[in-house]
Design a protein around this ligand. Structure first.
Ligand code: AHR
Length: 523
């Protein structure tokens, strides 16, 4: 099995002195794995925005997760936002946060969520559990929370169940500094300065919950809404993201790239979940060996998806001006027993750490085109980084991977050539090892390695880009693949010092235990 990088990447590597770039692997699981770091610097930045998160009005993500209400006396908070959440997310350096959906976005009327809370109307959250939404968490609450978190908001606009004016008004409400009807309304509601929101989604999953549109129809809808979000030259600098393809719907991307004028388009989205089967997703913790393999297969499928969607975008945008934005990704399993099926609450094991390790490496290695992504979802929903229960909070294995990998944010990509062993299951096989590397602004090189093999240690021999004097790092693993952090044992899985690396000049040998994630710093 081989993974060939896109034409542009290959050309770039040729310039760097590498004839071609292949991620391949050999048949024998215990055979040594080799990794070559390109000896010449690339000019590709791994955008920090690849490390974005997603917070939908779904289950206990917003209410109970981020927001407990200004009047809460049992959970320490700042203006209703949990202090423990603020502290944990600040440590991740989260670069952007997508809100309010998801499917919820195309049912949302932003004017319901402004002004005195007692006067806000209630609505029914039709997509997620049919619960009553009291709109107590709205635009000001979200944008002020982003300021507390030090993160950039990414607002997902409704284009399926409202008119163009409603989205245009939202942009004016949050971004206009001068006098205008919406800016004046914002001031009446207590906020003088605009928030200057850059990132805007123009609908969500327009092919499904966002209106069941065809790509041609959506392209026209997009053109209308995007036109009224900015002026002629987009001097406000809004970054408009088109609702993207469902996994391998390549025709969707092709149609948008062809039909939408590129001066109206800054990003095209893509959604892909690591799911086994939408009808039978399987349990989050007691999964079988086969279910584990299938989840890994679906996670590795991201490599093919970003390669092929990027290749289509390259046809219409040779200068790579339009970003590929994977604004929903992560594992999706059956909900935990006795929880509301509409709340998508699932536990998070070492399997999820593997999904995160592989996926982030894929994004890094495609960073020329993939410039933004959002893990679904931040708290208590799907592949969450945080779970809460009353005033307790725990960090999941996925949190720890995001924290270990954050050293790659805004660093310069070092292309890698990987030859690795197979993880074989029945008649099928997957690459056992995933790798990416970068050099940061201080000149420190970081290499992240993930071994998804459930049973076999992988010996990896790395040929480095230069001679280094020191290698140190951390590892995330556990006694069992199915282990997870619980409120009784919240620190069962956490990173520890890695002592499995030995450095000799420009050669580095690493022993990666089964189902482990390692990040090394080289100086
Ligand atoms: O993340 C949960 C849901 O998955 C989102 O609301 C939707 O966009 C996707 O189908």
């Amino acid at each position: 099995m081989m993974y060939l990088f896109s034409g542009n990447q290959t050309r770039k590597l040729a310039k760097l002195g590498i004839a071609f770039m292949v991620v391949g692997h050999v048949a024998v699981a215990q055979q040594a794995n080799t990794v070559q770091l390109a000896p010449t610097r690339s000019d590709i930045t791994i955008s920090k925005h690849i490390y974005g998160h997603f917070a939908e009005h779904l289950g206990r993500c917003i209410y109970d997760g981020f927001y407990v209400g200004e009047g809460n006396t049992s959970v320490p908070h700042t203006e209703g936002i949990r202090n423990d959440v603020i502290e944990a997310l600040k440590k991740l350096n989260i670069p952007n946060l997508r809100w309010p959906g998801g499917c919820f976005a195309d049912t949302y009327h932003w004017k319901d969520g402004i002004g005195p809370k007692d006067n806000r109307p209630t609505i029914v959250n039709t997509w997620w559990g049919g619960v009553t939404e009291d709109n107590s968490f709205g635009t000001h609450d979200f944008l002020n929370m982003c300021e507390l978190l030090g993160t950039e908001p990414y607002l997902a606009g409704n284009v399926a169940s409202v008119e163009v004016q409603e989205l245009a008004d939202w942009v004016q409400y949050v971004n206009h500094a001068g006098k205008s009807p919406m800016a004046d309304l914002r001031r009446e509601n207590g906020r003088e300065k605009p928030w200057n929101v850059t990132y805007w989604g123009v609908g969500n999953e327009a092919w499904g919950c966002g209106g069941n549109m065809t790509p041609d129809y959506y392209a026209d809808v997009y053109r209308r809404y995007a036109t009224f979000m900015a002026n002629w030259n987009n001097s406000g600098g809004v970054f408009r993201i088109a609702s993207g393809a469902n996994s391998s719907d390549y025709n969707w991307t092709e149609t948008l790239m062809k039909k939408i004028p590129h001066q109206l388009l800054e990003g095209v989205a893509l959604h892909h979940y690591a799911v086994i089967d939408w009808q039978e997703k399987g349990p989050s913790t007691t999964f079988s060996d086969e279910e584990y393999f299938k989840t890994m297969k679906s996670a590795w499928h991201m490599e093919e998806l970003v390669t092929k969607h990027s290749a289509i975008m390259d046809k219409y945008d040779t200068e790579k001006k339009v970003a590929l934005v994977v604004d929903e990704w992560g594992g999706w399993y059956d909900v935990e027993p006795e929880t509301n099926p509409g709340f998508l609450f699932q536990q998070n094991t070492m399997r999820d750490a593997m999904i995160a390790g592989i996926t982030l490496n894929i994004f890094h290695n495609h960073a020329e085109r993939v410039r933004m992504a959002n893990l679904a979802q931040t708290i208590n929903v799907l592949q969450a980084v945080i779970l809460t229960e009353g005033n307790k909070l725990l960090l999941t294995p996925t949190y720890h991977v995001m924290e270990m990998y954050k050293v790659h944010q805004d660093a310069t990509l070092i292309p890698v050539t990987v030859n690795c062993s197979d993880y074989v299951f029945g008649e099928e096989k997957l690459p056992a090892v995933s790798v990416s590397a970068s050099v940061d602004s201080l000149g420190k090189t970081h290499v992240s390695l993930t071994n998804i093999h459930p049973n076999t240690t992988q010996a990896v021999e790395l040929s480095l880009d230069k001679v280094y004097g020191k290698a140190a790092g951390r590892i995330l693993t556990s006694a069992n693949l199915r282990d997870f952090n619980s409120f009784d044992n919240p620190d069962k899985i956490k990173p520890s010092v890695f002592d499995g690396a030995s450095l000799k000049g420009d050669k580095l040998s690493v022993a990666l235990p089964p189902f482990s994630v390692v990040v090394l710093e080289l100086e």
